[in-house]
Design a protein around this ligand. Structure first.
Ligand SMILES: [Zn+2]
Ligand SMILES: [Zn+2]
Length: 161
């Protein structure tokens, strides 16, 4: 009897320990793991979608593009792709993220997502950005006016009663 008791207490913590390890790796409850969006490798996801190896590669690509543009101020996007090996979507992404500044690179342009006009900042050209802002401003103004009209109507209704 005494022997059995000894075995139980010795085995139980071991099972508990295995159980914990299983949940942290298999269930993903304790350690957030994910597949890297770029290469599919499994990694410990802290705050990014990419594994450390890809983060490093992306960083190296960014530095290659940035340095190339510093040295070749008149480069077009085609020149950058050709000389850095970084695909144009990646370069556009860097510009849209605001990481790559093109103040000194007048020829590095890409089409606006709304009208196709060439642009150097964000997803939209300056004209579309302005138009979108105006549209947005007008719709909020309209919404506010409707709300005020409704309030006025309610007030009138209240006082006329
Ligand atoms: Zn990766
Ligand atoms: Zn546009």
């Amino acid at each position: 009897m005494a022997g059995k008791k000894f075995v139980d207490s010795a085995v139980f913590p071991l099972v508990a320990r295995i159980g914990r390890e299983y949940t942290s790796y298999g269930g993903g409850m304790d350690v957030p793991i994910a597949n890297c969006k770029r290469c599919g490798r499994i990694f410990n996801k802290v705050r990014r979608d990419l594994c450390p190896a890809c983060v490093e590669e992306e960083e190296a690509a960014f530095l290659r593009v940035r340095d190339y543009l510093r040295q070749n101020k008149n480069a077009t996007i085609g020149d950058v792709v050709e000389n850095t090996g970084v695909p144009s979507e990646k370069i556009v992404q860097m510009i849209q993220d605001g990481r790559l500044l093109l103040r000194d690179n007048p020829n590095l342009v890409y089409p606006c997502e709304r009208c196709g006009q060439m642009t150097q900042t964000g997803r939209l050209c300056a004209k579309c950005t302005q138009e979108m802002a105006k549209e947005l401003g007008e719709s909020t103004k309209n919404m506010r006016r409707h709300a005020e009209e409704k309030k006025d109507a309610e007030k009138k209704g209240f006082y006329s009663r």
